[in-house]
Design a protein. Structure first.
Length: 226
C-alpha cells in the first residue's frame, strides 16, 4: 500500500542519525518521504544568538541538508529557522503550527521524530509539538508515529529511559545512511565521538546483535492505528 512518510527533526543531521537507514528501506519499497528540519543549527555556538555572524555557515549547512537528503531519495525538504537549542524560548504553538503546515500539505501516514526524554531540550519540544499537531482525530492522516534515538543525546541523558520496542534491519541501507552523514561535513565528529561515521556504524551493529541482525535502527512506538 502506497504511503507517505514525514521525518520531523529538530536539527540538521538528526534525520540521518535517527532514521535514515529505515526510511531509505521504505523509499526503496515505493514509499514517498519528506523531511522537516525545525531548527536553524549553528547559532547556539555563539555566546549570543547573532544570525548575521553565521549566515555563511548556515548557507553551507542548508546545502548539506539537501545533499544528504537526496542520497536516500527524500522528495522534499522543509527548513524552518527556530533558534538552535533555544526552542524553549519560542511559543510551543508556533512550532506546532510549523509542523501542522507541512503535515497538511503532504498528509503523511507515518511520522518519525525525536524521543520525549532526550537530553537536548529541542528534541523534547519537537516531540511534544509533533504529538500536539497529530491529535488522533477522525480526519488525521497520521496513523503511525515512531520516536528515534540521537547519538550523543539520547544515551547521554540520565537516567537512560529509552526502551525501544521496534527494530528495523538496515543491513542493506547502512551504507546509504553513512553516505548521507558524510554530506554533513560541518557536523561530523572524529571517533570515538558517537556522531562519527565509525560510531554510527558500530552503534547500528551493536544494536543489531541484540535482535539477530547485522545492523538495525531502534524506535519507540508512540502510536499505531490500523
Amino acid at each position: 500500500m502506497y504511503k507517505k512518510i514525514l521525518i520531523v527533526a529538530a536539527h540538521p543531521d538528526d534525520e540521518v542519525l535517527g532514521c535514515f537507514g529505515t526510511v531509505a528501506k521504505f523509499i526503496q519499497d515505493g514509499y514517498e518521504a519528506y523531511t522537516l528540519i525545525l531548527g536553524e543549527g549553528k547559532t547556539s555556538r555563539d555566546e549570543i544568538r547573532v544570525i548575521a555572524n553565521r549566515q555563511n555557515e548556515i548557507a553551507i549547512l542548508n546545502s548539506e541538508i539537501h545533499k544528504a537528503n537526496s542520497i536516500i531519495g527524500i522528495k522534499k525538504v522543509f527548513i524552518e529557522s527556530f533558534p538552535d537549542n533555544r526552542f524553549d524560548s519560542v511559543d510551543l504553538l508556533d512550532i506546532v503550527k510549523a509542523i501542522s503546515k507541512v503535515k497538511e500539505e503532504i498528509k503523511p501516514d507515518i511520522i518519525f521524530t525525536h524521543y520525549k526524554d532526550d537530553l537536548n531540550i529541542d528534541h523534547k519540544i519537537t516531540y511534544t509539538a509533533v504529538i500536539t499537531a497529530t491529535r488522533p482525530m477522525q480526519s488525521e492522516s497520521v496513523k503511525e508515529i515512531y520516536s528515534f534515538e540521537i547519538l550523543s543525546s539520547t544515551e547521554w541523558n540520565y537516567p537512560l529511559l529509552f526502551s525501544p520496542d521496534m527494530f528495523f534491519s538496515i543491513d542493506d541501507t547502512i551504507n546509504l545512511k553513512l553516505q548521507a552523514m558524510k554530506e554533513y561535513k560541518s557536523e561530523l565528529c572524529e571517533y570515538p565521538h558517537p556522531r562519527s561515521l565509525e560510531g554510527i556504524a558500530l552503534s547500528a551493529q551493536y544494536y543489531g546483535m541484540s535482535v539477530g541482525k547485522k545492523y538495525v535502527e531502534r524506535f519507540k512506538v508512540v502510536r499505531i492505528i490500523s
